[in-house]
Design a binder for this molecule. Structure first.
Ligand code: HEC
Length: 461
């Protein structure tokens, strides 16, 4: 409310963040955090085999690194910046709070990240230097791998904090925020997930780089298969630990989080699908470890594709089950602080909205007020005409318009009890009434709802 409200009415604001952030994770985990250790493993293998084979392993490791290097330093780095940009546009209050709590953590992360970039450039560019000490180059790779992991380990603390800030709620210190209850379980999950995915990415690329050398393909897929099989049990154990660490209120959101409300009943089927997918990854990795992935290129690509889908699903679910909060118990997803709610109830929401042109609701400005309340209270998650359109939601609930105004008022007053993933309505009865009028209005009019990036802002004196 202290910022003008950015809104994308077709795409939906949270979707904008989701696309960029999920793409970032899908690059970072397999190609950086898990990918670099895999490359180092292959490079090291090249130093252990007889001299006539050494060059082949070395070339293979370099080719895989080449792909990882290009993708992580372009799309990977840009989407990292993109998360900042999109999250600051969509929920500046949340980013503002996180920066205040995690300033020094982010400061360190930034230094480690810059170090990581320098190291990967150095690792990549010095690979083919003639006078090189291979063992030293491998050690450089290990340091790079550690740096990649550390950046993830810091950011994971922030993601886990958003789910459950734990003692920070009373202690308000960086250390308490960092060591929140979900931090270690989530880190324990992400680490083997990245390693398994790094292996799967390697397996995916293998057929492209071993076309003329079937023996190398078998030997390398043996090594990578064993790598995946080694990490997989740790991943499964961490998954279970993580699941049981997530508070009950969030678990209750799972059925909707998995797909949408419409498909909540498919929950069980989806769980089976996920278990089956992991089993397929294990089987393919097992076949690779036994040297059975001779000709079948398609097969060696399957685990990576499955894991990409699983990881994006996991990120989506994690973001969803946190609702109605952006920062657990502290800040709702609509960008309003829990502690400010009594004030909104007492004075009305718009009185405290810096960029609202209305401060007091009267019959003649009620519709406009309802629109402003909708923008503030609902558009972080809903659109009028696009993804998660409130018009469609209401139609699913109340049938084709006209809708009953009383029902709408009642729904607004109790929306958080009916649907636990929505924040309570932030305002008093006059606000709820104005919003109900606006919702009835949009059922009859196909209004557009441009954000302030299009309409500009007007400050009231
Ligand atoms: C934190 C995000 C969030 C906020 C803020 C939010 N909603 Fe929702 N709302 C959702 C989600 C998610 C759904 C479920 C969509 C689905 O899966 O079909 C939903 C569903 C609904 C539904 C359908 C409910 C049902 O039982 O089928 C209505 C109506 C609705 N929202 C209205 C509103 C209004 C009005 C506001 C603002 C006062 C609002 N929402 C604020 C996330 C939110």
């Amino acid at each position: 409310m202290d910022f003008p409200i950015f809104h994308l009415d077709f795409l939906n604001n949270r979707f904008l963040i989701a696309i960029i952030a999920v793409l970032h994770v899908l690059i970072n985990h397999p190609l950086a955090v898990g990918g670099i250790p895999l490359v180092v493993l292959l490079e090291r293998k090249g130093t252990k085999v007889p001299a006539q084979e050494a060059g082949l392993w070395d070339k293979l490791a370099f080719r895989i690194l080449f792909v990882f290097f290009i993708v992580t330093t372009t799309v990977g780095a840009m989407t990292g910046v993109g998360i900042w940009l999109s999250a600051s546009l969509v929920n500046p209050a949340a980013i503002g709070s996180l920066i205040r709590v995690f300033f020094w953590a982010w400061f360190v992360e930034w230094i480690v990240f810059v170090t990581e970039v320098v190291l990967i450039l150095y690792y990549f560019l010095t690979w083919r230097k003639k006078s090189q000490d291979k063992a030293q180059h491998v050690r450089l790779g290990v340091i790079l791998a550690v740096a990649s992991w550390v950046t993830m380990a810091i950011i994971t603390a922030i993601l886990a904090f958003m789910m459950d800030p734990g003692n920070w709620l009373s202690e308000r210190s960086l250390l308490h925020g960092f060591m929140n209850p979900l931090y270690l379980p989530q880190l324990a999950f992400r680490t083997p997930m990245a390693m398994v995915m790094g292996g799967a990415a390697g397996l995916f690329l293998l057929p492209f780089f071993t076309k003329d050398n079937p023996q190398l393909r078998i030997d390398a897929s043996r090594l990578i298969g064993r790598w995946i099989l080694g990490w997989l049990p740790i991943l499964i154990a961490a998954c279970i630990w993580y699941y049981y660490s997530v508070p009950g209120a969030m678990i209750a959101n799972l059925s909707v989080a998995n797909t949408t409300q419409q498909f909540a009943n498919w929950y069980q089927a989806l769980v089976y699908l996920m278990v089956t997918s992991v089993a397929i990854v294990a089987v393919v990795a097992g076949a690779a470890a036994l040297g059975r992935l001779r000709q079948n290129s398609l097969m060696s690509m399957i685990p990576f594709v499955i894991l990409l889908m699983l990881l994006s699903h996991f990120e989506r679910v994690r973001e969803f089950i946190r609702k109605p909060y952006a920062i657990g118990q502290y800040l709702y997803s609509n960008g309003l602080r829990v502690a400010d709610y009594p004030l909104f109830k007492q004075d009305g929401l718009l009185k405290h909205a810096t960029y609202s042109s209305i401060k007091e609701i009267r019959p003649e400005n009620r519709l406009q007020a309802g629109r402003e309340i909708f923008v503030i209270a609902c558009t972080r998650c809903h659109t009028l005409n696009g993804v998660n359109s409130v018009r469609d939601n209401l139609e699913a609930m109340y049938g084709t318009p006209p809708w009953n105004m009383d029902n709408l008022r009642k729904f607004i007053g109790a929306m958080h009890t009916a649907r636990g993933y929505m924040p309570p309505f932030p305002g008093n009865e006059t606000d709820a009434d104005a919003l109900a009028h606006y919702l009835v209005h949009i059922s009859e009019n196909k209004d557009a709802l441009p954000g302030s990036q299009t309409t500009g802002i007007r400050l009231t004196p």
